[in-house]
Ligand binder design. Sequence first.
Ligand code: FES
Length: 272
Amino acid sequence: MEARRETVTFRVFRYIPGDGEKGFRSYTLEVPEGTTVLEALHIIKEQHDPTLAWRSSCRMGVCGSCGMLINGEPRLACQTQVLHLGSKVVELRPMANYPVTRDLVPDLSSLFSKHAAISPHILRPDQREVDSPTGEFIQSPAELESYLQFSYCIKCGLCLAACPTVATDPDFLGPQALAQAYRYSADTRDGGLDSRRGVLDRFHGVFQCHMAGACSAACPKGVDPAFAIQLLKREVVLRGLGKRRRRLARVSPLPSEHVPSEKIPAAPPRTA
Ligand code: FES
């Protein structure tokens, strides 16, 4: 059976530094079923306009490079099928809340500097043991579950593009960095909350979140940064009062469609 094909017009935001003009250009393509927005961009570049720029790498929703606004929604271009949008016109714009480098390419410096600011790694007081371990850092499955789903962030930046607080306060740390601050602070191997509090417990920090929830709706990996931020607020308040949480937070695992496959194919039977 022939694949369904439809004629779709792509309204693509164009901006070339130095040219001054910003605006949209339209390209019309015959699109077969299964074509992603990223594949459509490659066709436009090859057949219509070699000057068009965007960022992508893996083409499989892993590297986090191809975030953009697709018909106004922050999405990954490689994970969005054109005909599933149900629209004869598809508008492509660079992600909101970032400066534009060129066309669909955002400048992600703010995303990465905010992420770096929360020390996104295990911090321990016993550095000698980290450098020369004498044993394992044991963690139970329940302790792992209490932060695991937040660790699937691919740093695509779509959550910041969706966040209404970042839109009005560009210095707000934002959902990506705050969710990762919780991911590490909730890890029983970590002892870094006190040193992270310096960036979390201030005006542009965790309490600036108004809990719109747009970040969790935008995450292409099913991570729930809005929930991580609320858990982080509790941790920061308790620590400010000189207390510690007594029980592990109950965190849902990722929705099944987002859980990475961990099945290792069985080895073929030995024949000799
Ligand atoms: Fe890697 Fe889309 S190209 S996530």
